[in-house]
Design a binder for this molecule. Structure first.
Ligand code: KG4
Ligand code: ZN
Length: 331
């Protein structure tokens, strides 16, 4: 079975083709970072327009690289949500139209399911069941995953997502967009320990998170009369350390709570090197193992959507055959 996947939920236009017997046969991706950088964040209207501009060429490229045509495809999977409504509409309209024209089903996919299953595409993938730590720009969640479509929420952020906290804190430190990777790079030049930042909900006894207070604590440091911008790298390191402390402690607690021995980390913040180093060490100490997607698949891409769609078909899902543009921005 061959599935072409389309991702347009935010600021990356991704297309990929997954073959259930061969694996990922092609991937094409365009990042809109340069387009939004001058505004310091994603401008939804510009994102939608750029998805429209980029999709046809990316689709042609993905088919060409796979040596295939739409006649070879068995389904079109697309991100139906959550995400920016206009951006989702572009991907959904294109995917549903292609499916209608080719006489094959269209599969609306949950963006987070794409992230969640992406570590299964790695060379040494985990097997079910596992605990998933999803850390993206919009979500921070711990889940018990027992199979495709079998996800039990164990805990989540009550306010900002981890990636959102990175992005907002980066802005406070005067860094550009996208903030997360820039803050992480700055943190690597500093040393943690100069600032005492909170570890929100570390001892809450549940598996929920909160990150907005941490961002406020950073705001208080940078607006204080004695703030010295030459200490920005140290502050970045302390912020990153605080986020990692909480993510790591809660992930370990989730392993303990479920009795599971595998932890899967997915979503953009999963690309953070310091987080990976800490988790690797802490999880190994518990006699468990941690799995990540390949670095290129941590952030948004079409491959995870093609793969999630294919897994759903393999699991026996019967797609809704009536045409319709199904987006759920707040899914
Ligand atoms: O999964 P993703 O690409 O998009 C969403 O579904 O949200 O995640 C993007 C988020 C952004 O908040 C970005 O700043 C953050 O992941 N991020 C990072 C790093 N790389 C991306 N945060 C910390 N360290 C990184 N290396
Ligand atoms: Zn994402």
């Amino acid at each position: 079975m061959k599935v072409i996947g389309i991702e347009t939920s935010c600021d990356e236009t991704g297309v990929a083709i997954y073959d259930t017997t061969v694996g990922m046969v092609s991937q094409s991706l365009h990042s809109q970072i340069d387009l939004h950088a001058v505004y310091g964040g994603v401008v939804p209207e510009l994102a939608s327009r750029d998805h429209i501009r980029r999709l046809p060429a990316l689709i042609r490229q993905a088919l060409k690289d796979a040596g295939a045509s739409m006649a070879d495809m068995d389904a079109v999977a697309y991100t139906a949500g959550p995400g920016l409504a206009g951006a989702l509409l572009v991907g959904a309209s294109v995917a549903e139209s292609m499916a209608l024209a080719a006489g094959i089903p269209a599969l609306p996919v949950h963006h987070l399911e794409g992230h969640l299953l992406s570590p299964l595409l790695a060379a040494d993938p985990p097997t079910f069941p596992f605990v998933a730590l999803l850390v993206s720009g919009g979500h921070t969640q711990l889940m018990a995953v027992t199979g495709v479509g079998a996800y039990a929420l164990l805990g989540e952020s009550l306010d900002d997502a981890a990636g959102e906290a990175f992005d907002k804190t980066a802005k406070l430190l005067g860094l550009g967009y996208p903030g997360g990777p820039q803050l992480a790079a700055l943190a690597e030049q500093g040393a943690a320990g100069r600032y005492r930042l909170p570890r929100p909900m570390l001892h809450s006894g549940d598996l929920d998170f909160s990150f907005s207070g941490l961002k406020t604590a950073v705001l208080n440091v940078v607006t204080a009369a004695d703030w010295q911008s030459s200490h920005a790298a140290d502050l970045a390191a302390d912020f990153q350390q605080a986020v990692i402390d909480v993510l790591c402690a809660k992930a370990l607690a989730a392993l303990k709570h479920t009795g599971l021995k595998s932890l899967v980390v997915a979503g953009g913040v999963g690309a953070n090197r310091a987080l990976r180093a800490r988790l690797d060490q802490a999880v190994r100490k518990r006699g468990a193992r941690v799995y990540y997607p390949e670095p290129a698949l941590c952030t948004d891409n079409g491959a995870m959507i093609a793969f999630a769609g294919a897994q759903r078909l393999v699991a026996g899902e019967r797609p809704n055959s009536s045409p319709g543009i199904r987006i759920r921005p707040r899914w």
